[in-house]
Ligand binder design. Structure first.
Ligand code: DP6
Length: 328
């Protein structure tokens, strides 16, 4: 059978997905809004091969085993079921996401896998169907099907819980600067973290209500290229999400002293007229939403607080691309 290769870029949530209404289908409790990034992506090649007795999965040239392997084979089972085949697959995936940057690689990984595996299985899915499929692997992957600003509508079932683009081509000045914080706290993955917050934080429903309200305002802000509004809504939503973790039983947090130092620096820079806002996901790294033109000033300010700090800059990126063959 024909091999197909897909490239999908990762995305950063400006309004977060943090909790599932349906764990099996990955239906979230709120809609979320993201920006797809140009710098970080996954390339994945899939071929279904009659000679295989089981799926063979390679990540960055090493065979994948354990929990990671199981997630991929479960996902391939969904694709096989849709295509009406039982053939096993060979999957080769390369992540171009600096591991230390802590940017969710599951978003680009399952988006690329949805694109390559569905084509290789003989399916010809629409972008909306690819988004639904990618969602089954990892919720945030539903958004990486599209470029630019994307909304994943919460929906209520497999059909209605799907992403759509809000602004595919972002031709105005916005960048995302990932500040790599090296003091790693105890690891709680996003899947476990969000479930724990949903089940035990008394503030969880407040977070849902606040995110619903912010969704309307964020869409207007994106339409108007209103940088300040986008940044302030994103920072507020991220802090609210992290508040659900800090108020869970038992409480936990992804943020370290250095994360807070960067969040505070963003506030100080704003008081000096530099527009910069912080957002954080399931790890200690802080992502700064800023203007490209302020890059040097922000890096200098960061170095004065955290002398050895590393940063990775990214701008808006494109949606999923799938080609026949094993080269992209
Ligand atoms: C904090 O999409 O990784 O990055 O659906 O369980 O695989 P699963 O979770 P995942 O969660 C991402 C959480 C987040 C916020 C976001 O990207 O919206």
């Amino acid at each position: 059978m024909q091999a197909y290769t897909a490239r999908a870029h990762t995305n950063i949530a400006l309004l977060k997905y943090w909790g599932k209404a349906n764990e099996q289908l990955i239906i979230p409790t709120t809609s979320s809004i993201s920006l797809t990034l140009d710098e970080f992506y996954t390339d994945t090649t899939v071929v279904f091969d009659q000679h295989l007795n089981e799926d063979a999965v390679f990540l960055n040239d090493a065979p994948l085993t354990g929990k990671g392997y199981k997630k991929i084979t479960d996902f391939l089972d969904i694709v096989r079921q849709l295509a009406g085949i039982s053939t096993k697959a060979h999957v080769q995936s390369t992540n171009h996401v600096p591991t230390a940057a802590g940017l969710a690689s599951s978003a680009s990984a399952f988006s690329a896998l949805a694109g390559a595996a569905s084509k290789a299985a003989g399916l010809d899915l629409s972008l909306a169907d690819l988004s639904r499929l990618a969602r089954r692997g990892s919720g945030s992957a539903s958004r990486s099907i599209y470029g630019g600003f994307v909304e994943w509508e919460r929906g209520t079932d497999d059909t209605t819980s799907v992403a759509h683009p809000l602004q595919e081509v972002v031709d105005w000045d916005i960048q995302l600067l990932t500040v790599i914080i090296n003091d790693q706290p105890k690891k709680v993955d996003s899947r476990g973290g969000m479930q724990h917050a949903l089940q035990t934080s008394p503030f969880y429903q407040n977070w849902v209500d606040a995110t619903n309200a912010a969704t309307v305002d964020m869409k207007t802000a994106i339409e108007n290229h209103d940088f300040q509004k986008i940044g302030s809504l994103a920072e507020q939503n991220a802090l609210q999400m992290h508040a659900t973790n800090m108020t869970a039983t038992p409480p936990f947090t992804y943020l370290t002293d250095n994360s807070w130092a960067v969040i505070q620096l963003a506030a100080q820079l704003r008081s000096k007229g530099i527009e910069v806002y912080a957002t954080m996901d399931a790890g200690p790294n802080v992502k700064l939403i800023s203007h490209i033109s302020d890059y040097h000033e922000i890096v200098l300010a960061l170095q004065s607080v955290l002398p050895d700090v590393e940063t990775v800059a990214a701008t808006p990126g494109p949606g999923l691309v799938v080609v026949a063959g094993d080269e992209i």
